[in-house]
Design a protein around this ligand. Structure first.
Ligand code: GLY
Length: 361
């Protein structure tokens, strides 16, 4: 996969001047160009993360400068504060925290700690979960599977601040997800609602999956990677076991080309929408599991990445996207079978891990 890795780094480097210090999220398939999202949107960290991954490899100073500009532009939502959400890990881990770890930049450390403090402040003591959003009515008690990925920011903050509180909150949330999200068949729903006063589980809420009891592909991928990260940071076996069971189930149920439909329960015409981004996330998560000692998952990840390289990757300039066939939100009819910035990010992160390079999450 060395060639795929090199071509991906080259493509990021080539499109960097076109995209600039912006927040691309989805490719318009008619033009092949990435759109521009607001800096407060949950995907705002991934272009910066791609620039960092490419910069690690080739040391091109322009990539570093753009990543720093993006990090500074993210100060607007961080200072505005009020419209942020739990996805601050996705936003500040691949930008400020990566910058701090690479250079020791004090301002980047402060940004990372501010984002972690915001995330910690969303913890509901009665239900022991981190609240997802405030953008919907009556969602004070909603927790979502994606949040497992944001816990890495809390684990980092505990180390950076020398304070166990961030890690304790991360573990409490991960334990709640283990108890209330993971089904007997090793699948997970997108959203669980809790009573925000008593903390009692209310039930599964409609989210991005096809149905309350269906198996939303990106959610499974977040669960694999998220539990693998909590295992890496704590050494607690139940997290590793959950990640492995969900990963086995994910891999067993993939279609022949190893790229999932947007929901494993999709049928008929719904199967025209793949979610290659979920494949990229799952592959990177499986490689995390492999580096924690479960080596068989490296083989699964390799097979997924080989298919992405052969059937979904675009290394030329017909599109600014790298991985085609990702679906952002099928139930809302948005971003179907296109390139999504997090698919591209986790593809490069996973390829790097396969070659022995460290990831970002
Ligand atoms: N919040 C992350 C996602 O939509 O997958």
């Amino acid at each position: 996969m060395e060639r795929a890795y090199t071509q991906t780094v080259q493509k990021v480097t080539a499109i960097a001047p076109e995209i600039g210090a912006a927040f691309p999220q989805a490719v318009d398939t008619a033009t092949g160009l990435y759109n521009r999202e607001k800096p407060r949107y949950w995907t705002a960290g991934f272009w910066g993360g791609l620039l960092w991954l490419a910069y690690r490899e080739n040391g091109e100073h322009r990539l570093f400068e753009l990543a720093c500009e993006i990090e500074e532009r993210l100060d607007a939502p961080l200072n505005e504060f009020i419209r942020l959400h739990h996805d601050v890990g996705f936003m500040w881990l691949p930008t400020a925290v990566e910058h701090f770890l690479a250079t020791g930049c004090p301002a980047s450390r402060i940004r990372g700690l501010k984002a972690a403090s915001l995330l910690a402040s969303r913890f509901n003591l009665a239900g022991r979960f981190i609240r997802a959003w405030e953008t919907r009515e009556n969602c004070e008690g909603w927790a979502i599977i994606d949040c497992l990925m944001n816990l890495s920011l809390l684990y980092w903050a505990s180390k950076a601040a020398g304070d166990p509180r961030f890690r304790q909150i991360a573990c409490a949330h991960a334990d709640t997800v283990l108890e209330h999200f993971v089904r007997a068949d090793a699948t997970v729903p997108h959203i669980i609602g809790f009573d925000p006063e008593t903390g009692k589980r209310v039930g599964v809420m409609p989210g991005q999956g096809k149905a309350l009891d269906s198996v939303w592909a990106r959610g499974q991928a977040w669960a694999i990677y998220g539990f693998a990260l909590s295992y890496r940071e704590t050494g607690r076996l139940p997290y590793q076991q959950a990640a492995a069971r969900i990963a086995d189930r994910f891999f067993e149920n993939l279609p022949e080309d190893k790229i999932p439909y947007w929901d494993f329960c999709a049928s008929g015409g719904e199967r025209e929408a793949r979610d290659a981004s979920a494949a990229c996330i799952a592959a990177s998560g499986m490689l995390e599991l492999a580096s924690g000692g479960l080596e068989r998952f490296a083989g699964y990840a390799r097979r997924i990445l080989e298919s992405l390289d052969k059937n979904y990757a675009c290394y030329d300039h017909t599109s600014q996207g790298i991985i085609r066939g990702s679906t952002g939100n099928y139930t809302a009819g948005k971003w179907i079978n296109t390139s999504l910035i997090y698919g591209d990010f986790f593809y490069l992160e996973a390829l790097g891990k396969l070659l022995g390079k460290p990831g970002i999450f």
